[in-house]
Design a protein around this ligand. Sequence first.
Ligand code: SP5
Ligand code: ZN
Length: 334
Amino acid sequence: MRAFFDPRQLRHAPVAELHNGAFTAYQETPDRAESILRVIAQTERPADRGEAPILAVHSADYVDFLKSAHALWREAGRDGDPIPYAWPIVGRRPLRLNRIDALLGQFSFDATTPIAEGTWDAVYWNAQTAVAAADAVLTGERAAFALCRPPGHHSGADYFGGYCHLNVAAIAAQRARDAGVKRVAILDIDYHHGNGTQDIFWERGDVFYASVHADPATDYPFYWGHADEIGGGPGEGATLNLPLARGARLAEFRAAQARALAAIRAFDPGLLVVSFGADTFEGDPISYFQLTTEDYRTLAGDIAAVGLPTVIVQEGGYATAALGSNVRSFLSGL
Ligand code: SP5
Ligand code: ZN
């Protein structure tokens, strides 16, 4: 299977994150990509397709903000990386403010995701990697892997959070739509609900979003991913949320994924994007499912049996030493 990666994706390297009320080492490290690179025979560098495929998903204001945030933080006299800490609560009148502190709150939904000096460069190439994998499938590959890092599925059209800045799965899906694929499905099997992807396609009847994830009653991102969220307007019925209780093993996860795949089959898409997170692994340090390395091959086999051209984008997975093996296991089943 063709796999894509650009070393510039490593330039996003924040130092710390806010976790349980204190600062801890940043969990979403460049080492995660190195762990995957060690098990993949060969990766190709993506072509540079410019900002158009990014702007097909994200607002221009937001993209401008991401490019300038770190420099604005420095100009305000601060050390370290910008981390948002004040948000415009729902219902407040919208204000156009220039102060970096206000912009950080406007364009984010949590305080776990810093913007480091190299972040824009890294997420730009991260997006190109997703576009390249989509283009490979659009030109005849049955499946292609985008070694995305940082992940993307928590990022909405105009917000970052959850270690994500640009939504690589959404960018790949929209790339397929813009190439003429009439219906695209996204299967999200990261431990966490992909709130950004859901928001981006909430009112879209042409992109089906199905997610198996930890119940947001107990797990991040809390405010999205509940079973009664089914999409709105022309997108009503094109969102499917299948939350599972902590402790889920292969049997429960596989049954939920089968429901998602049945719904995707009924939607009859021309292309499938898989948001693959390996934070469902039994050894993951921030998550509470119990999948084994071998289980990923089984789950991928079920996905392959649907027979759709498939773009796989990497999302979470924080047991870094095992991450490569888990990804290899998943890719071997496709
Ligand atoms: C893409 C993805 O998997 N994002 C996950 C975001 C989860 N953020 C909330 C959990 C924060 C846990 N922080 C643990 C730090 C320990 N050093
Ligand atoms: Zn996750």
